[in-house]
Design a protein around this ligand. Structure first.
Ligand SMILES: [Zn+2]
Length: 162
């Protein structure tokens, strides 16, 4: 099936914000189809606060062109909205290895965004301690918050985008 080749190419496109993750790890690709010879790749962009969001479309088109596909379309669907629950198991494992705490359950995650006082149970990616504290709502990008572990004393980033 010619769609298979498209999925293979998509599996090699890194997330613009966290290069250890691919866009497939993020779970944003909803559907791959063809219109004639042109790939139609439907995506659901991540949280709109992510500056990375505008880059998904251009990165996908660029990768398709490089692989000899012409006229690629990247329609976006916003319903249902992307949540961090869509990040694959593989993606969560890579985040942790990279030293970024993977998102907790989305309900807890939403709470973390809106009620600062409740952000107490983010798990340290190094020692798995829940004894962590928020240092800053803003890490290296708008999608990450800066935490510090009270047990191993290591600072780490938490992926907070919804
Ligand atoms: Zn720790």
């Amino acid at each position: 099936m010619k769609e298979t080749r498209i999925w293979e190419i998509l599996a090699e496109i890194p997330d613009p914000e966290i290069p250890v993750l691919t866009i497939l790890d993020l779970g944003i690709v909803r559907k791959v189809a063809f219109e004639g010879e042109a790939p139609i790749i439907t995506i659901t962009p991540t949280y709109s606060g992510c500056p990375a969001m505008q880059r998904f479309e251009s990165d996908i088109k660029e990768a398709m062109t490089k692989n000899g596909y012409e006229g690629t379309e990247v329609p976006m669907v916003y319903d249902p909205a992307w949540t961090t629950d869509w990040i694959t198991e593989e993606g969560r494992r890579k985040l942790k290895e990279y030293g970024i705490a993977p998102p907790e359950e989305s309900s807890a995650d939403k709470k973390a965004l809106f009620y600062e006082d409740d952000i107490v149970n983010v798990t340290c990616p190094r020692c798995n301690s829940k004894n962590t504290k928020l240092e800053s709502q803003f890490g290296s990008t708008a999608c990450k918050a800066l935490y510090k572990c009270n047990d191993c004393l290591e600072p780490f980033e938490y992926f907070k985008c919804l």
